[in-house]
Design a binder for this molecule. Structure first.
Ligand code: PRX
Length: 583
């Protein structure tokens, strides 16, 4: 019988036994350093995420185990063992090293979920670089902002995405090399003269590479995230995050060595790297990468075909599945599923109840953020799920609810959700923005930007955001970013952006727009402005609704009063927010 290399427990036994049997017991006296011995570390004491996710399984004799099953959008299938992943990531590490990538240099990847994305991701880490994956649905402006801010020197993309952002690339002078993946020659486009071909570079590269001995404190991955003000900020994570990503894979997703795991998030967002790559692979699990987009049938087909056992998804997707109804569930054999989890937005109790009816099990909600790098609070396999709650903090994490002066509140009161700093996957900086980074810490707490409540038993309940950030289908949207794109339209003079409730996506982006004097506010103009913003940003971020307004309510210092716009939109009393006028 195969044994788990870490716990040494027989695998069949582990499959029926939750990894975290008693959370409260496990949390007592727990120190994160207790987990260090479960990773392998480099011979000289360094820590590298790529080694922990891939190479160490080869060292432990699991080189032939399937690491990645790639299900392409056109029905293609590719399978890679841990040994093959090791070879491919070594090749990429050699490619970027030969191109002059130094320790800490940034490689940004703007790609669909193709296997090459995953090779480049880990290969960059092996070479000592910092990797920044970008959501392939982004339009040119978010890509430009991120490339400029990060100073990325290597940009990896694919033909149609390169074409989409061709206009902004000359505005990113730090880029030294543009490398294009033309998978299976899907595109007949010729390479631009200055571009390099991924396939040619990889063909010439050796599959032998000595991993750069990064320290646990070295930077590894960055993800841009939106706040209320300014452009998105690059939250930077360290190699040390691997410890918590590994631990939460076991505890909150209940991963066992013989699982087939499916995470539906895109690597352009943090869930797609922390849980689409790090958690499954540090746990040595077979990871299914599905290239296609959402469709109830395709997702169920995929789960059925590959006998997925653990599935990590998001509330908007679950609500879309609910809308698709029972029929597609009945048409598939989904009995392989043994654990389902969700993150990114509040998971409404109806969705938990529906999950129970459809899949004979609860959907386990958990909570975390780009900045936390890994799950902080979860409903575990071993504990009773309270529908609507995000569960309890994982061992080693202290969460609290604070009042407006950042003092701890007792159970049962609404307040600011905060975390005691010092967890392994804690972000270590906002790139180039120490002021914003420092502003997140108050009286010894990290302030999350969420409002929540803790009940008498220590379960946490999400209440809402405490800022103007919009959560649409699990994607955080900074209103400032959308407003900036709107006012670039020649007929727009000012714009205010808020989130309005939506049955499926939780919130959708709504814009209020004031136009130049003399411009007629027609339907055609409204459509033109919405189209204009969509091509700049992405459909995920651009407003779904737009209303013309004479002028926007502002504070005396000129700040747009989004809360007043929202109160008016939702018919709430404006008095609630009158203090903002003295801002
Ligand atoms: O507002 C919370 C919401 O998503 C935010 C984090 O988003 P992001 O940085 O993009 O990270 C995504 C990775 C999880 C949080 O501040 N959020 C996340 N999980 C939940 C949630 N809201 C309610 N319930 C959750 N389980």
């Amino acid at each position: 019988m195969p044994f788990d290399p870490i716990s040494k427990a027989p695998i069949s036994e582990m499959s029926v036994m939750p990894n975290l049997v008693d959370r409260d017991e496990a949390a007592k006296g727990f120190e994160w350093t207790d987990m260090y011995s479960e990773l392998d570390w480099l011979p000289d004491g360094g820590l590298n995420k790529a080694y922990e996710a891939i190479d160490r399984h080869v060292e432990h004799g699991h080189g032939d185990k399937v690491a990645m099953i790639w299900a392409g959008k056109n029905g293609e299938e590719e399978i890679y063992t841990f040994s093959e992943m090791k070879a491919q990531t070594n090749r990429w590490a050699n490619v970027v090293t030969d191109l002059g990538l130094g320790r800490g240099d940034r490689v940004f990847i703007f790609m669909d979920r193709l296997p090459e994305l995953y090779f480049a991701f880990f290969g960059t880490l092996k070479a000592g670089g910092v990797v920044g994956p970008l959501f392939s649905a982004f339009g040119p402006e978010p890509v430009r902002d991120r490339l400029q801010d990060s100073g990325a020197s290597i940009f990896l993309t694919q033909p149609e995405l390169r074409e989409k952002v061709a206009g902004i690339l000359p505005e990113c002078p730090d880029i030294k090399h543009i490398i294009v993946v033309n998978k299976d020659r899907r595109s007949s486009d010729d390479l631009a003269d200055s571009d390099l071909s991924y396939e040619e570079l990889m063909l010439d590269a050796s599959d032998d590479f000595g991993i750069v001995s990064t320290s646990m404190y070295d930077y590894s991955i960055m993800h841009y995230t939106s706040g209320t003000t300014g452009k998105p900020k690059g939250a930077v994570h360290r190699h040390l995050a691997a410890v918590q990503q590994y631990a939460t894979g076991k505890w909150a997703l209940d991963l066992h060595f013989d699982d087939i795991y499916f995470c539906t998030a895109d690597p352009g967002w943090v869930t797609g790297t922390s849980y689409g790559m790090m958690a499954p692979w540090t746990n040595g699990v077979t990871n299914l990468i599905y290239e296609g987009g959402f469709s109830a049938n395709n997702w169920y087909d995929t789960i059925d075909k590959y006998k997925v056992t653990v599935w990590y998804t998001a509330p908007t997707a679950i609500r879309m599945l609910m809308r698709a109804g029972e029929e597609p569930v009945k048409n598939h054999d989904l009995s392989s599923l043994r654990f389902i989890a969700s993150v990114g937005e509040p998971l409404n109790p109806e969705a938990v109840v529906w999950g129970n009816e459809m899949f004979n099990q609860a959907i386990h909600d958990n909570w975390w953020q780009t900045e936390t790098g890994a799950i902080m609070c979860a409903n575990y396999a071993s504990m009773e799920v309270r529908p609507g709650s995000m569960g309890k903090p994982i061992p080693g994490i202290e969460m609290g609810i604070l009042d407006a002066e950042y003092n701890l509140l007792p159970a049962g009161e609404d307040g600011l959700l905060a975390v005691k700093p010092g967890w392994p996957s804690q972000f270590h900086a906002y790139w180039n923005n120490s002021e914003m980074y420092n502003s997140k810490y108050k009286k010894g707490w990290y302030i999350t930007g969420d409002q929540a409540q803790m009940d008498e038993d220590g379960y946490f309940w999400f209440q809402g955001r405490s800022d103007d950030v919009i959560n649409t289908a699990g994607h955080l949207v900074g209103p400032f970013e959308v407003e900036s794109a709107l006012i670039e339209h020649p007929d727009v003079v000012e714009a205010g952006v808020i989130g309005v409730p939506d049955d499926i996506a939780m919130e959708v982006v709504k814009a209020f727009v004031a136009t130049r004097p003399g411009v007629e506010q027609t339907d055609a103009l409204r459509r033109d402005i919405m189209r204009f913003v969509r091509t700049k940003l992405s459909a995920a971020v651009a407003p779904r609704q737009m209303e013309f307004i004479e002028s926007l309510p502002k504070t005396r210092s000129g700040k747009i009063m989004r809360r007043l716009l929202k109160a008016r939109e939702l018919g709430l009393p404006e008095g609630d927010i009158s203090t903002l006028e003295d801002d």
